[in-house]
Design a protein around this ligand. Structure first.
Ligand code: GLC
Length: 730
């Protein structure tokens, strides 16, 4: 095969990026302090820094803290508890090395924001960064120094429960939001009283679990790894992420928690990472289940030398490293390098100078009005309007509404998965929010109808009665919080229980039917998609889910959300993603093409899709160069006009296609997006820059190249629509 002479821009392109950003504060004079500590530490004290336990409330843990033989805990929260354990380490241990406290602050600490997949639907990096900043402030004030977030796993399979925790299927959107969350958590000074160290997870490829089954095997080619799954991690490291978490999955035969290629070659040698890697929960111990280690000693050696510094809840490092050093199987140098990286982050966090948390701070920063305002805005911008026939929405605030469904007045489920220290009592439900916003609260009548799961239809009768007495029926259906997240994959992604039957009976009443979906994943709703007048995806919207949904339902906020994932019609279409390869027989009506006999291959709703209460028109696409060299950049612009009757935000998206290359390329790739607010009749020219960072890919030799040839470009409202242009790389 004649190789196209691609221009290898890797060194030219990536070097500045790698030098441009490091962990905030890195390079200041802390290495000397680390040298001095290492020189004094016993082997037991060094290995202690590599151990990470949950709880911290046992006598054993307290003794280890006092002995200086544990470096880190998770699930110890509150200034009181963390200070007590910290005091044992700092005042009683021989070298006074402080403990680092970690916690899963995934979408808020106490002020719970919409789940991360919902935040991704906002396509608003600035707001995502602000939300992470609120979470950091609340967590640090509560004694937490380190969050096991952002979760940046690319997910192309909604059967996988953890799709809820990430930013969806696209590397560009995922990378942009990963960097935003790292900035929001860490700021520019890790020692600040309102910042925490990030922990980018799960490194890497976890979301490609076969069958969408959590913890399952992943087989990912190096090119797909580099072009699809690694970019969000690279962006997070480039934004200065202090730590990463290695994943559970078997990655091409080498489990991610013992994979030298990803953990050392890519992460340290190519990206220059200077922080540390913590394993996922006992993922080192699980190397025995994988069959990659015959015993704990081998697991310890494999993980440490691959590049995992800290053993979360695994006891493998605790039980085997000292013997391995004594036998000479593991070098002192390897131990010292691991300890160095952990001490580096503790020093950058300022824990040696300020190991304790001010207990007064906690009360001042949790659930403040400003935090709640940001949570409400995030929930508003995460809501996606999927259908709005005859512009039935927004509703008048005097509408007689029958709010029907098991999630209409649920508090706990609005918190979603990984709700940290969030409490149901702090949630405003959809019923509460809509009644509060209505001009006649008595006009909003609720009936549960059924439960989320189970076959009990005894509530249908009261639901139908409420529907008959209303002007509009608003069905609120979907998934409870425990049906997504870790260990919560579903083989059937339709609405659980008898919820769809409830909606069908409501439709038969004959009143206009609005369906609000609340779930941690896209759910298969082909019948509802055809029969409801309007459909809103509210995900799990956090403590402000109710007010935000009311804002959208009554038009106080014009929905702007766009899907961060392709939405399947049926689960049989999965894996389903927009940046697919064209194949030799692209889908068509012809029989002998890549298609199904029984369902279309297209999604119910495409990646990037979301409607508004107004309409936007795209025109005047201009590419300022017809051709250019492989290292040049060009500007692509288009005019967006609000042709409707209300103001609104549009998230303008830029896609490209490399028409012919040395390896097959996706039919579309998102390479830019911008939010624009337009009044009725207003137009705005939106500009994007395209250069090597956007036009390149990894070739057959896994080199990052920009190759000559024709490129098409689209600017539009989603991955399926837009105005087209083209240019050539010579
Ligand atoms: C879990 C999750 C990981 C989390 C860790 C600590 O198993 O996989 O995302 O951070 O354990 O709770």
């Amino acid at each position: 095969m004649k190789r196209r002479s691609g221009i290898v821009v890797a060194v030219i392109l990536l070097l500045p990026l790698m030098l441009a950003a490091q962990i905030p504060g890195y390079g200041t004079d802390i290495e000397g302090k680390i040298d001095a500590l290492l020189a004094q530490m016993t082997l037991a004290e060094k290995i202690g820094q590599l151990k990470h336990y949950t709880g911290g409330d046992s006598e054993e843990h307290r003794q280890m803290a006092a002995d200086g033989t544990v470096g880190s805990f998770l699930n110890v929260t509150g200034a009181g508890k963390t200070n007590a354990l910290q005091k044992l380490a700092v005042e009683n241990s021989r070298l006074h090395i402080p403990i680092i406290f970690g916690q899963d602050v995934i979408h808020g600490y106490k002020t719970i924001f919409p789940i991360p997949l919902a935040e991704a639907a906002s396509w608003n990096p600035e707001l995502v960064e602000r939300a992470a900043g609120v979470a950091a402030r609340e967590a640090r004030a509560s004694g937490i120094h380190w969050t096991f977030a952002p979760m940046v796993d690319i997910a192309r399979d909604p059967r996988w429960g953890r799709i809820a925790e990430g930013s969806g299927e696209d590397p560009h959107l995922g990378a942009t939001l990963a960097a935003a969350r790292v900035r929001g958590f860490q700021g520019m000074d890790l020692s600040a009283a309102d910042r925490v160290a990030a922990c980018v997870k799960h490194y890497v490829g976890y979301g490609a679990a076969e069958g969408g089954r959590d913890y399952n095997t992943t087989e990912i080619s190096e090119r797909t790894l580099r072009d699809i799954y690694l970019p969000p991690f690279a962006a997070a490291v480039n934004a200065g992420a202090a730590t990463l978490m290695s994943a559970f999955n078997d990655l091409n035969g080498i489990p991610a928690s013992a994979n030298p290629f990803t953990l050392t070659e890519v992460l340290r040698n190519e990206w220059g990472f200077k922080g540390f890697v913590v394993s996922d929960w006992n993922s080192i111990g699980e190397l025995l289940n994988h069959g990659i280690a015959a015993d704990g000693a081998e697991a310890a050696r494999l993980a440490l030398y691959a590049g995992v510094e800290m053993d979360m809840e695994g006891r493998i490092y605790r039980n085997h490293l000292a013997d391995l050093v004594d036998k000479g199987t593991v070098s002192t140098a390897a131990i010292d390098e691991a300890v160095r990286r952990i001490l580096r982050i503790k020093l950058l966090l300022g824990l040696f100078d300020q190991p304790y948390t001010d207990p007064l701070l906690e009360k001042q920063v949790l659930l403040t009005p400003e935090n709640l305002m940001i949570a409400r805005q995030m929930a508003r911008e995460s809501i996606v309007l999927l259908k709005n026939d005859k512009n039935i929405l927004p509703l008048s605030k005097s509408t007689k509404i029958a709010l029907i469904g098991p999630l209409a007045d649920s508090k706990q489920d609005m918190l979603g998965t990984w709700s940290c220290m969030g409490e149901a009592k702090d949630v405003i439900t959809l019923l509460q929010g809509i009644q509060a916003a209505a001009s006649k609260p008595g006009h909003v009548v609720a009936a549960k109808g059924c439960s989320v799961t189970g076959n009990d239809r005894s509530g249908f009768k009261a639901a139908m009665q409420a529907a008959k007495n209303s002007d509009v029926v608003v069905a609120v259906v979907g998934e409870s919080a425990d049906l997504s997240g870790e260990a919560s994959s579903r083989a059937d992604i339709t609405l659980p229980g008898v919820q769809e039957a409830l909606v069908k009976e409501l439709a038969a009443v004959g009143k206009p039917l609005v369906v609000i979906l609340l779930a941690g994943r896209p759910v298969a709703i082909p019948w509802i998609a055809d029969h409801a007048a309007a459909i809103l995806m509210g995900w799990h919207g956090g403590v402000q889910a109710g007010p935000a949904m009311a804002d959208v339902l009554f038009g106080d906020y014009n929905p702007s959300g766009k899907l961060p994932v392709s939405w399947p019609r049926v689960v049989g279409q999965v894996p389903l993603y927009y940046n697919y390869k064209n194949t030799g027989r692209p889908t068509s009506e012809q029989k002998y093409t890549t298609r199904y006999l029984d369902w279309p291959v297209t999604p119910q709703y495409v990646f990037g899709f979301g409607k508004s209460y107004t309409q936007f028109a795209y025109s005047h696409l201009v590419v300022d160069k017809n051709e250019m060299g492989p290292q040049a950049t060009l500007t692509c612009s288009a005019v967006v006009t609000n042709t409707g009757r209300v103001a609104g935000d549009e998230i303008v998206q830029l896609y490209i296609r490399d028409m012919a290359a040395s390896v097959t390329r996706p039919v579309k790739e998102l390479k830019g997006f911008k939010r624009v607010h337009l009044k009725p009749g207003e137009s705005r020219k939106i500009e994007f820059t395209l250069g090597p960072a956007e036009l390149g890919f990894h070739d057959a030799d896994h080199r990052y190249v920009v190759e000559p040839g024709l490129f098409k470009v689209w600017v539009g409202p989603n991955s399926a629509e837009g105005i087209e242009g083209q240019f050539t790389i010579r």
